[in-house]
Design a protein around this ligand. Sequence first.
Ligand SMILES: [Zn+2]
Length: 276
Amino acid sequence: MVRERIADDIYVFTSRQYAQVTAGAIMTKEGVVLIDTLFFPEETKEIRDFLEGRLGLTVKYVINTHYHADHSQGTYLFPHAQVASHRLCRELLDTVGREGLVEAKTQMPELEEVDIVLPDLVYDDGIMNLYVGGKTIQLHHFPGHSLDISAVFIADERILFASDNTMPVPTIFDGGYQHLVNSMHGMLALNPDTVVSGHGEVMLRGEVVARIEDDLAYLEAIKTAVTRVIERGQSPDALKRINIEDCGKSRIPLNGLVVDLHYANLQRLYEELTQN
Ligand SMILES: [Zn+2]
């Protein structure tokens, strides 16, 4: 786990073991608000030891930005915290998340002690505000990467935790194409100075707008390419010839995992566009 201080009272933790997944900690006078956890208990314990051991703080809230295991699986390590999420995240954790954990435990003994924890503080639409220790922390329902995403905005510092709606390549295969486009515009409208992505490096002041516009350009490019395949009456096999670089993204980040994500996007978009 790599620790980075992005403001006086905000840390970002990036996994060394799992796809550079990130978590964040906002320190307030009343305790810490933890945004997500990491995939492996060992790394989430490092976060806990740092915050509660070394800094002597209490984690008061854990926010689950969405139900995917690499973001939510460490929640059980904070049994005294209140857990907040969108209502759909709670439902997905209780169903898909539970099944996924049973399956994962058969493959990975290090997950043995992991338990699903359901959020006890949920909202349905729009925004939920948490007022903690003099700070306003907003959860914005921004479906896209998955349908249950909450992006977390710390208004005073203009820092946005975008969760997996921003990654080295945008992903729609567990969410929806138009949802993600709309949510990206929603994120731009918040006018953040700094954006913490769900995976990979933090976007710094001055590069936020360009990076999100680059993601929107990628989404536009895959739509054009997939539409062409459909208009020519080609089978989904033709999607294999649409490479990531032609859509404006590098194939290198996340140790090349982005290429698989790109093809999953094309498949999903083909299904979306041929359903209607
Ligand atoms: Zn995810």
